[in-house]
Design a protein around this ligand. Structure first.
Ligand code: NAD
Ligand code: UDP
Length: 190
């Protein structure tokens, strides 16, 4: 049994992950600032002694005694991440630095929820991991795309420089129960 930190744990994907980890017998510390997520997404877990919910913004340092980290905190849909683009970049970059610092102190394995958007407006279909993308650092989507790219850079440099055990997953469009009703992407719009 591990004590696992899930940032963005009250969001769509994060809440399912919290559930899964508890089902596997782990203790979960769910950290979220409820920017796009909500307590109701994890309401069914609140009475479970293996689950703890903390309102916290990952752009600020966090000191917690955990064994593993899943870093999912970040608004994911354009309507939400463009509402406060500076905060979006801070969430990806400062959030990654803080969670990597925590992982380094704890010698904890850490996972980053990256995105297919790191490929920008790709010139190659489908994208493979050896493709570096067709990217724009100054557009209205850049706060998300470039923030996630910089987070990947930080993950790989903490791995090379400090020997951290990292996993980076470039998630493609995902949808399902507990997705924000005003998410604004094509499946939820339909
Ligand atoms: P979501 O908006 O439901 O979840 C994100 C969660 O992060 C929310 O609960 C939100 O309140 C929280 N959050 C945002 N900023 C925060 C901060 N500064 N501090 C603490 N918590 C913060 O979105 P999701 O679809 O569940 O996405 C989860 C992760 O997966 C994100 O990192 C996203 O970029 C990534 N991702 C999602 C998709 C998809 O199709 N859903 C695709 C690619 C990548
Ligand atoms: N950090 C954190 N929790 C910890 C350890 C570090 O939030 O348990 C933060 C710390 O405040 C710093 C960041 O993670 O801003 C990076 O930490 P690291 O030790 O890698 O860098 P340094 O503190 O040397 O700049």
């Amino acid at each position: 049994m591990k004590r696992i930190l899930v940032t963005g744990g009250a969001g769509f994907i994060g809440s399912h992950l919290c559930e899964r980890l508890i089902d596997e017998g782990h203790e979960v510390l769910c950290v979220d600032n409820f920017y796009t997520g909500a307590r109701r997404n994890v309401a069914h877990l609140l009475g479970n002694p293996a689950f703890e919910l903390l309102r916290h913004d990952v752009t600020f340092p966090l000191f917690a005694e955990i064994d593993e980290i899943y870093n999912l905190a970040c608004p994911a849909s354009p309507v939400h991440y463009q509402f406060d683009p500076v905060q979006t970049t801070k969430t990806s970059v400062h959030g990654a630095i803080n969670m990597l610092g925590l992982a380094k102190r704890r010698r904890a394995r850490i996972f980053q929820a990256s995105t297919s958007e790191v490929y920008g407006d790709p010139a190659i279909h489908p994208q493979t991991e050896d493709y570096w993308g067709n990217v724009n650092p100054i557009g209205i989507r850049s706060c998300y795309d470039e923030g996630k790219r910089c987070a990947e850079t930080l993950f790989f440099d903490y791995h090379r420089q400090h020997g951290l055990k990292i996993k980076v997953a470039r998630i493609f469009n995902t949808y399902g129960p507990r997705m924000h009703p005003n998410d604004g992407r094509v499946v939820s719009n339909f």
